[in-house]
Design a protein around this ligand. Sequence first.
Ligand SMILES: *[C@@H]1O[C@H](CO)[C@@H](O)[C@H](O)[C@H]1NC(C)=O
Ligand SMILES: *[C@@H]1O[C@H](CO)[C@@H](O)[C@H](O)[C@H]1NC(C)=O
Ligand SMILES: *[C@@H]1O[C@H](CO)[C@@H](O)[C@H](O)[C@H]1NC(C)=O
Ligand SMILES: *[C@@H]1O[C@H](CO)[C@@H](O)[C@H](O)[C@H]1NC(C)=O
Ligand SMILES: *[C@@H]1O[C@H](CO)[C@@H](O)[C@H](O)[C@H]1NC(C)=O
Ligand SMILES: *[C@@H]1O[C@H](CO)[C@@H](O)[C@H](O)[C@H]1NC(C)=O
Ligand SMILES: *[C@@H]1O[C@H](CO)[C@@H](O)[C@H](O)[C@H]1NC(C)=O
Length: 473
Amino acid sequence: MALGHSEPQYELLNGKKKYVQPIIHSMVLIGLAVLVVFVVLLMFYVSWMKFEDTSDQNIPMDFVLFGPQKYTNSDIAVYRAHTFAIAAKSNYKTYWTAKDKIIPGKRIDKTYNLACYYSIPTDDTNKTLHPAQINATLCTHLIVAFAQVQNNSVYFKSSFDMQILRQAVKLRKKNPELKVLLSIMHFSNGSHSNEGFPGVVANKDNLDKFVNNVVSVVREFYLDGIDIDWEFPSWPLLNLEEKYGFAKLLETLRFSLPDSLLTAAVAAPLNIIDNSYEIYSLASFVDFINVMTYDYHSYQWYFPLTGPNSPLFSSWNESGYFQYLNINSSIQYWISKGMPKEKILLGMPTYGHSFKLINEANNGFGSPTSGPGIGKDGFVTFSETCEFQSHQNASTVFDHDTRTPYSYHKNDWISFDNENSLAYKAEFAASLGLGGAMVFSLNTDDYSGSSLCSSSVFPLTSRIKIVLNDDYL
Ligand SMILES: *[C@@H]1O[C@H](CO)[C@@H](O)[C@H](O)[C@H]1NC(C)=O
Ligand SMILES: *[C@@H]1O[C@H](CO)[C@@H](O)[C@H](O)[C@H]1NC(C)=O
Ligand SMILES: *[C@@H]1O[C@H](CO)[C@@H](O)[C@H](O)[C@H]1NC(C)=O
Ligand SMILES: *[C@@H]1O[C@H](CO)[C@@H](O)[C@H](O)[C@H]1NC(C)=O
Ligand SMILES: *[C@@H]1O[C@H](CO)[C@@H](O)[C@H](O)[C@H]1NC(C)=O
Ligand SMILES: *[C@@H]1O[C@H](CO)[C@@H](O)[C@H](O)[C@H]1NC(C)=O
Ligand SMILES: *[C@@H]1O[C@H](CO)[C@@H](O)[C@H](O)[C@H]1NC(C)=O
């Protein structure tokens, strides 16, 4: 590097010509160079730390970093699927053994909870499920999804949403035992913003403001409780302020709403569980957790292989982290980390994930795909899957290892849940003595009972209820 070239610039910077010894020039320039190198290295280090959890190349962080602020329920499902897929990519190592052996056929007789999410419709057409169509005795808990967090307050997207919530609460007239909760959701985009739940837990003033607002919402709408759906605290970057903040939020809500139900929707992948939750404090503040044991596999461009949405057990040929991407592993992990079984509700999807096969002859698990298939963003309702199966002459396979069915025809491939797979899941929940099951969602079940695969209205949710209560596979 010729120092002479820099000399005029240095003079320009000073605005007037000045005589400086060349030796001082070099010292200043070397100093600047060292500073630049230091700053660059620091930036490298910071970015490396930032991406450490997702160290594989080409992680699509854009959805994490630039996600929209106001979500529709289907956006949320898409983001969760991405988040779980990223969790599956990280080189997570786990060393633990389950405390509980599951003895088939042996179940614990008790009353099981059945908490059903009901997504507020995005419009008022006949094509969506309205509160009046919900069977008020089907579920023990109805969780209306979602309100959001804005300016440290509960935020409804529209007055229509509030109207739907009021109608849902009125279902208690048909069944006084029914508990109606509101789910408040926030999807973290990975940036340390002071919005949503990260903002709420940032300081005591925000937390107090939020909790007071929640208390007033509970009173205004006559709710039985609140479900906190923060996806996810301290993820993808370990952030202790959020991890302990989440526990503090639940503690404060529990203290301010001593007579209301308090639940949390929580992650299924083991590495998110480790990052996000202070399990012992969580356990002492919530009535139960809703473990989102679905979206284990969905189409991702960096992981374009078919796989079951909600496998009960691993496949015989899965190894490494993949053998833990199933309900059994997630639930056993929650238990092994200290969550009391009776506070765990096992999440059951009524929707499936679709894929477009690259080679239609290659149609098992782990087959290459080129994109999501039928349905919006690859999410298919039970009725859509049924239509696919019956009108398209598709082949359906019930995979024994994962206890889940998949269906394919030509290039279309769908992993889904039906009455059988959900019966296995419900039997598993009862064998372990869990608190019961959570359903996501009533909207994607066949609520009109009109599809050829349905034996009744809400066939899937009804089946879960029957198996939980009656030991009837
Ligand atoms: C992340 O979301 C918050 C709102 O929740 C927003 O204020 C912030 O700008 C977002 N960050 C990025 C990088 O988009
Ligand atoms: C369930 O998970 C536990 C813990 O990973 C494991 O020991 C057990 O073998 C699993 N059961 C089945 C049937 O895969
Ligand atoms: C909704 O259903 C009612 C009765 O079933 C019908 O009269 C009405 O036209 C429908 N509205 C739309 C927008 O389809
Ligand atoms: C509502 O659900 C309960 C419990 O599953 C069932 O016994 C009842 O028949 C259902 N009612 C209707 C109208 O479908
Ligand atoms: C946020 O809430 C505060 C009061 O707690 C209020 O003064 C402020 O105007 C609100 N900001 C927005 C953008 O709603
Ligand atoms: C693993 O086993 C499943 C189910 O038996 C099968 O569909 C899949 O093709 C197998 N994958 C590989 C890579 O052998
Ligand atoms: C449906 O599949 C069967 C067996 O693969 C075949 O014999 C039949 O022709 C197919 N029907 C239609 C309408 O594609």
